[in-house]
Design a protein around this ligand. Sequence first.
Ligand code: ZN
Length: 310
Amino acid sequence: MKNILFLKPVFKTMIWGGNKLATEYNYSIPGDNTGECWAISAHKNGDCEIRDGEYGGKTLSWLWNNHRELFGNAQGEVFPLLIKIIDAKTDLSIQVHPDDTYAREQEQGALGKTECWYILDCDEDGEIVIGHNAKDKEQLTQMIRENRWKELIRVCPIKKGDFFQIEPGTVHAIKKGTMILETQQNSDITYRLYDYDRLDNGKPRELHIDKSIDVINCPHIDQEVRGKTTSSTDSDIEELIKCSFYSVDRIRIHGEQEFTQEYKFLNVSVTSGSGEIDNVQLHKGDHFILPYGYGSYYLKGEMELIVSHI
Ligand code: ZN
């Protein structure tokens, strides 16, 4: 029995969100400030339903709890990954995530967060924040206490197709005009370091300066990303990252090719173009899981996919 588990995304309205999830991805969004599409998620704050088929209407968390065999009997209380598409119309606040050890001790047993970003699209002069310029914790603390944000925060130019790994302890922020596909640990623990002195309903949003200083890595070191690319006449497959929480690859199909699902499960997001999997239509914006033991499958068409597995 071959099940392709298509998911129905959950949308989040954010003060920094826009409408590109409708105009670029054809989703019906709740409003003009839609910041996030939780595309493959079993998180309690946005638990995706299966779109159709045998498990139609069940949530991903229900499947994880009741049909673990679909996920190769993978261990863990929660489905381990969360895939989002983010549309940042304005700058997001500058933040940092704890690792599992810090989160377990300080956040009632929560998971830390490692995440990675694939730039789907950005403005011509697009930028992101990644890392900082302090040489050690002492200098970091001093620069924060003296509000020397311009000096401290490291801003980098970006372009469509770039990829970044954000380890716990990495200062980061998405800036205006950027759409990204984020693959992350299933966690929501975020410490806000700086919000550009903006006001939200007349008041600044809460900051978490002490916890941020606790967890920020000093000095910042850029993570190595992008491994080998395997090309054939019908596809290019590029390793984007392999870390202890996930592996993420980009598959570009321009023709037809057979693949084998050899992981506990495989998350797939169609990020551009259209085509088919095993004669089922695929469009930009579709997200699905190929369960354990799915075996061989055919991809056909002109499309770009971002796939991930544990
Ligand atoms: Zn983050």
